[in-house]
Design a protein around this ligand. Structure first.
Ligand code: FAD
Length: 383
C-alpha cells in the first residue's frame, strides 16, 4: 500500500501537519519515534506564548494572524480550551529589540499595542522593579497555549479523519523511487508514500540543509510568596535587561506555579546527549537571581524544572520549504525556540506544499536558500 503523505515526527509541528493533511482526505501516516506528546523534544512544559507584534520579524505577522484562527478552529473541533487570552507585557529600554521590534511589527501591521510608561507599569503591577529608562509595551492579543494538550488534540483530530498513527516507530532513512519514497523504520519495516514531510525538531541533523545547533534551555516552576503574580492579575512577560544573561520570560501562576526561563541561553550539543538532570546552581540559581530583581517574591519556592532543546538556525528563523531535489519532500524545522505558536499555520502550509504543490502563504523568507553556504542555495527543483 502507498500512502499519500507520511509525516516524520509528531511533536508540536508534526502533529499539526499530520492533522491538516488527514483533514484534506489524504491517506496519511504519522511516524513518531517516542510516545504521543512526550517530554523529550521541544514541545513540552505546559505553556507556550503566542503574540502578534512579532519583534523577531514583521514578515511573520500574516502567518500569526492565520495561526490564531486555526487555534480557535482546533478548539472548536476538540471541544477543549487550548489558547487562553491573557495579554502580554514586554519590558526593556526603548531600543531593546523586544520593545522596538514589537513596536515596529505593530505599526507595520496596524496591531494593537499599548506603550506603558514606568509610572503606568507601576500602577498596573505595583510589585515590579523597573530600572531607569525601562518602558513597557502591552499586547492585549498575547496569550498562552497548552502544548501537550494541543498535540493530543491534533493527533485525535487526525485519527478522526482516518489517519494512521504509529508511535515508537523511528524512521532510519528514506529513498526516492520512481514516483514515490520508500521509508525505512528502525524496526526494518518499510513503507511507501507519494509525499514525505519531515518535522523532526532537534533530531533533524543535516537533512534540513542548514547548520543547526541544538541548545539546552531550562524551564523552571516556582510557588510565589504573593498572589500578585496569579493569572488574571499578572500577564505573561518578556524582559530584556543588560545585566541578565539573556532575555527572561515567564508565565503567571495558573495554579501550578510561575514558570520562568531564559530565552536562547544554554549549552550547545547533540540532542542524544542532552543533559536531562537539573543542577540547582547552574540551572536554577541564575533564573531566581534575575526573577527576584524584577518580580520580587515570584520564585519563593522552587517546584520543578525541565530541560527542553531549541533547534537554532544561523539566523534564528525557521526553515520551511520543499526539498531542492525532491519537490514532494517538505522540510519543516529549525524553529529556533519560537515555533510552537505557528504550529497550525505550518500544518496548513505543509499540507498545501505536499498536496497542492504550493502554499497560499508568503513563505519565501523561510526558505533554506537564504543561506549562501547551504548546499540547497544553488539548487533548483528538478522534479
Ligand atoms: C523551553 C522552551 C520554551 C519555548 N517557548 C515557546 C513559546 O513560548 N512560544 C513559541 O511559539 N515557541 C516556544 N518554544 C519553541 C517551540 O516549542 C518549538 O519551536 C516547537 O515546539 C518545535 O516543535 P517541533 O515539532 O519542531 O519539535 P519537537 O516537538 O521536538 O518534535 C519533533 C518530533 O520528531 C520526532 N522525531 C525526530 N526524528 C524522528 C525520526 N527519525 N523518526 C520518528 N520520529 C522522529 C521526535 O521524537 C519529536 O517528537 C519553546 C521551546 C522551548 C524548548
Amino acid at each position: 500500500m502507498t500512502y499519500d503523505v507520511a509525516v516524520v515526527g509528531l511533536g508540536g509541528i508534526g502533529s499539526a501537519i499530520f492533522a491538516h493533511c488527514a483533514a484534506r482526505g489524504a491517506k496519511t501516516i504519522g511516524l513518531e519515534q517516542f510516545g504521543a506528546a512526550h517530554d523529550l523534544g521541544s514541545s513540552h512544559g505546559k505553556s507556550r506564548m503566542i503574540r502578534k507584534a512579532y519583534f523577531e520579524d514583521p514578515a511573520y505577522v500574516p502567518l500569526l494572524l492565520r495561526a490564531y484562527d486555526l487555534w480557535r478552529e482546533l478548539e472548536k473541533e476538540s471541544g477543549e480550551e487550548l489558547l487562553t487570552m491573557t495579554g502580554l507585557l514586554m519590558v526593556g529600554e526603548e531600543s531593546a529589540p523586544i520593545v522596538s521590534g514589537a513596536r515596529h511589527a505593530a505599526s507595520a501591521h496596524g496591531l494593537s499595542l499599548q506603550v506603558l510608561t514606568p509610572r503606568e507599569i507601576q500602577r498596573r503591577y505595583p510589585t515590579l522593579q523597573l530600572l531607569p529608562n525601562e518602558i513597557g509595551v502591552f499586547e492585549p492579543d498575547g496569550g498562552v497555549l497548552a502544548p501537550e494538550r494541543a498535540i493530543a488534540a491534533y493527533l485525535r483530530a487526525a485519527a478522526r479523519s482516518g489517519a494512521e498513527i504509529r508511535c515508537e516507530s523511528g524512521v532510519s532513512g528514506w529513498e526516492a523511487k520512481a514516483d514515490a519514497f520508500e521509508i525505512c523504520l528502525t524496526s526494518k519495516a518499510r513503507l511507501t508514500t507519494k509525499s514525505l514531510i519531515l518535522a523532526q525538531g532537534p533530531w533533524f541533523s543535516d537533512a534540513l540543509g542548514v547548520p543547526l545547533r541544538v541548545q539546552r534551555n531550562v524551564q523552571a516552576w516556582f510557588t510565589p510568596s504573593t498572589p500578585a503574580y496569579a493569572a488574571g492579575r499578572f500577564p505573561p512577560f518578556l524582559i530584556e535587561r543588560a545585566n541578565f544573561p539573556a532575555p527572561l520570560y515567564g508565565f503567571p501562576d495558573f495554579g501550578d506555579g510561575i514558570k520562568a526561563a531564559f530565552h536562547a541561553h544554554g549549552t550547545i550539543g547533540e540532542v542524544g546527549q542532552l543533559d536531562r538532570e537539573i543542577n540547582q546552581q547552574r540551572d536554577i540559581a541564575p533564573i531566581i537571581a534575575a526573577m527576584e530583581k524584577w518580580m520580587p517574591g515570584a520564585t519563593a519556592t522552587f517546584r520543578a524544572a525541565k530541560p527542553c532543546p531549541y533547534t537554532l538556525t544561523p539566523d534564528g528563523h525557521f526553515v520551511i520549504d520543499r526539498h531542492p531535489e525532491h519537490k514532494r519532500v517538505i522540510l519543516c524545522g529549525g524553529f529556533s525556540g519560537h515555533g510552537f505558536k505557528f504550529a497550525p499555520v505550518i500544518g496548513e502550509i505543509a499540507a498545501d506544499l505536499a498536496l497542492d504543490g504550493g502554499s497560499r502563504h508568503e513563505i519565501d523568507f523561510l526558505s533554506p536558500r537564504r543561506f549562501s553556504g547551504s548546499p540547497f542555495a544553488e539548487k533548483s527543483l528538478t522534479h
